[in-house]
Write a protein that binds this ligand. Structure first.
Ligand SMILES: Nc1nc2c(ncn2[C@@H]2O[C@H](COP(=O)(O)OP(=O)(O)OP(=O)(O)O)[C@@H](O)[C@H]2O)c(=O)[nH]1
Length: 394
């Protein structure tokens, strides 16, 4: 798959790294595999549901067919396998697709169900051979196609089910004394069905993984600042709006923070643009570590300016956090001989702390944070200045 403009994706994006590493063995590294599992289940869920429902209906059709056409001895045992093992497993798996708690385990449940179906058909063939009833073996090919293409099983699970069923069938026929040349033909047909299934299933899963990475890359391209990997201004505004409205509903305080690297123009002029970029990345890496909760966010606002939102913290709690952040930037020790404040890169921080009122907008909050930042610059830089919004404390 060729994706355009990957240069504009943040180079630390895990999706980009995985894309470059490749995934021929159908496995992603670390946490990404877990994220993919959730994505994959969401992608195949509807197909899986329908496949299981159709399989259940077909099973009922075969029950009727068996009841009408098989001799009694074969019929009883066959119906016991269909109604005692195969149908309940299909039903359980189908119901599991509707249960949120079981959904993460659908590969396992689907694999166990598929194997039960495969071994069930092999069992039915065994029963028929014991009573010398000429039952056709093609049912096992039907089941094999079902494993690979309809159940939504991933390659490894589907292949495991397919080949275990294949060997179970061979064992049944060998023990039943099927003539060698017939056995050879059947084995070649069933083996071919498995091979076709393996190829198809591999490429299906490969394409699903490609789509997953492409979606991740597009999302990074749309939401992340390509230099620092923090959220960009637009994505920040979206998230901040959500947090802002929630704070209005729940009457919770919000800390809106503007941060600006001190004397950064001089830094650029003295050390060069590349060094400036590296400094911005280092500063952003620290800032990004300070917003870990779901409603908090930090972003690059533009140039050497960053913005942050912390939800539900009292002013007395957010101030020490920002002070620690400021100290951590100083402690990076990025030498800046041109700065009037310190011999290293420093950060000025403006905090607007407020409980958003219904008449106030996010822009009002950001303006207040900007005023606080201006004061921080005016008062000597490398400091945190706080401005409280004109509202009551919760
Ligand atoms: N290296 C690099 N520099 C950038 C980037 N974006 C903006 N800048 C530079 O950041 C500098 C911002 O300078 P000013 O806005 O004058 O502010 P300052 O020099 O930091 O001064 P104070 O904010 O008053 O402390 C400019 O020189 C921009 O060229 C970037 O992505 N990379």
């Amino acid at each position: 798959m060729k994706l355009p403009n990957l240069n504009w994706v943040n180079q630390d994006s895990p999706y980009l790294q995985q894309y470059r590493e490749g995934f021929r063995l159908l496995s992603f590294s670390g946490e990404m595999e877990d994220t993919f599992n959730r994505y994959h289940i969401a992608v195949v869920l509807v197909r899986m549901r329908w496949a299981l429902l159709v399989a259940l209906l077909l099973m009922l059709l075969f029950v009727v067919l068996d009841a009408l056409s098989l001799p009694e001895a074969v019929r009883n045992q066959t119906l016991a396998i269909r109604l005692g093992l195969m149908s309940p497993m299909l039903l359980f798996c189908w119901l599991a697709t509707y249960n949120r708690a079981l959904r993460p385990h659908l590969q396992l449940i689907g694999g166990a169900t598929s194997l039960a179906e495969g071994l069930g058909v092999a069992g039915i063939i065994w029963v028929a051979r014991q009573h010398e009833f000429p039952l056709p073996y093609e049912g096992i090919i039907l089941i094999t196609v079902f494993f690979y293409f309809l159940t939504g099983l991933r390659f490894v699970t589907a292949a495991l089910c397919g080949w275990l069923t294949f060997f179970a069938y061979l064992l049944v026929e060998v023990l039943s004394g099927l003539p060698g040349e017939v056995l050879l033909y059947n084995a070649v047909f069933l083996g071919s069905a498995n091979l076709i299934g393996c190829f198809g299933c591999y490429f299906l899963e490969y394409a699903t993984r490609q789509n997953f990475l492409a979606q991740g890359l597009l999302q990074d391209l749309a939401e992340k600042d390509f230099l620092t990997g923090l959220l960009n201004r637009r994505a920040f505004s979206e998230r901040a709006e959500r947090s802002w409205r929630q704070a209005q509903r729940e009457e919770q305080p919000i800390a809106l923070v503007m941060m600006d690297v001190d004397y950064f123009k001089r830094y650029n002029d003295h050390y060069g643009h590349a060094a400036g970029d590296a400094a911005l990345r280092a500063v952003a890496e620290v800032i990004g570590r300070y917003a870990r909760r779901p409603l908090d966010s930090t972003a690059r606002y533009g140039g050497e300016e960053f913005v942050g939102l912390w939800y539900g913290l009292a002013e007395a709690d957010i101030l020490p956090i920002l002070e620690t952040l400021r100290c951590e930037i100083e402690a990076l020790g990025l030498v800046h001989t041109q700065s009037d404040v310190a011999p290293v890169v420093t950060l000025s921080i403006g905090l607007a702390w407020l409980v958003p009122q219904t008449h106030q907008s996010l822009e009002d909050g950001l303006r207040l944070a900007d005023v606080a930042l201006y004061l921080a610059k005016e008062q000597g830089r490398n400091r945190v200045v706080s401005k409280r919004g004109a509202n009551r404390q919760p």
